[in-house]
Design a protein around this ligand. Structure first.
Ligand SMILES: Nc1ncnc2c1ncn2[C@@H]1O[C@H](COP(=O)(O)OP(=O)(O)O)[C@@H](O)[C@H]1O
Ligand SMILES: Cc1ncc(COP(=O)(O)O)c(N)n1
Length: 264
């Protein structure tokens, strides 16, 4: 049984954060473990409050897991402050997990900031250089590349800029652009466009978390990066197509559509 550790925030609404990650790991046959960085009081409409976890507790959660069980891949989500980023980076340097997928979570779909203002520089200088893959959405890529992204050609330029921050590879997700949600992958030599068909739905809460968790799970299972991304793209597309119409706002993707198909 392969294992994956998510280091991210808790989403009480179950659609994003460590809840989405653990459900996705399980649906892809990987044993999921979690180190919680923040507790968010959240649903499909809003983030009502956030409590950050003490950095010593974050460190202990990661150490307890990696010293006993280890992890075939690590997925990183919401890290709200420079102290939390530094703590997680120290853990990654100490335990050296083979695969690190960094989802640079900044703002929730509902518009709530999940990364404090002064944290961007820390993310760029401390964490991105440790990542096997960084997976920004369009707004996050604009911030990391410090340029507007209006179309696919802009995505190519932004990939080049973000790659220079030191990650082994970059995947800019195209969901926020008009047109088809195509994601652009760049590892420093060549580009690969992973094409998608837009599914007309508002239920896209946690799509980025689910995609990056799926990539981490597939890397844990030994897939090469492009294959992991390709299969994770299929997974998220099906999860959105089977998303749940719950709550008044952005419903969650369906994390168990694999199992759903098996049991129905
Ligand atoms: N309406 C949609 N139909 C199909 N795929 C989508 C849709 N919206 C987003 N995606 C895909 O879901 C994944 C998450 O992308 P995105 O929503 O941009 O990230 P985030 O949740 O971080 O904002 C990407 O693979 C993207 O192409
Ligand atoms: C704890 C947590 N982590 C990540 C997200 C991003 O998910 P989304 O972009 O779908 O709102 C979130 N809303 N909450």
């Amino acid at each position: 049984m392969k294992t994956a550790l998510t280091i991210a925030g808790s989403d009480s609404g179950g659609g994003a954060g460590i809840q989405a990650d653990i459900k996705t790991f399980s649906a892809l046959g990987v044993f999921g473990m979690s180190a919680i960085t923040a507790i968010t009081s959240q649903n499909t409409v809003e983030v009502r409050s956030v409590q950050l976890i003490d950095v010593n507790i974050i460190n202990d959660q990661v150490a307890a897991v990696l010293e006993d069980i280890g992890a075939d891949a690590v997925k990183i989500g919401m890290l709200a402050t420079p102290d939390i980023i530094q703590t997680v980076a120290q853990c990654l340097k100490k335990y050296k997990p083979k695969h690190i997928v960094l989802d640079p979570v900044m703002i929730s779909k509902g518009g709530h900031r999940l990364l404090e203002e002064d944290t961007m520089q820390e993310l760029k200088s401390t964490l991105i250089p440790l990542a096997s893959l960084v997976t920004p959405n369009i707004p996050e890529a604009e911030v990391l590349a410090n340029m507007p992204i209006h179309n696919e050609p802009d995505m190519y330029e932004a990939c080049r800029v973000i790659k220079k921050l030191g990650a082994q590879a970059v995947l800019i997700k195209g969901g926020h652009l008009q047109g088809n949600p195509n994601d652009l992958y760049y590892e420093g030599q060549t580009f690969q466009l992973f094409r998608g068909e837009r599914i007309e739905t508002k239920n896209v809460h946690g799509t980025g978390c689910t995609l990056s968790a799926a990539i981490a799970a597939l890397l844990a299972k030994g897939k090469e990066m492009p294959t992991a991304i390709d299969e994770a793209k299929d997974y998220i597309t099906n999860a959105i197509a089977n998303s749940l119409n719950i709550g008044q706002g952005y419903g969650p993707t369906h994390h168990f559509y694999h199992l759903y198909e098996c049991v129905t």
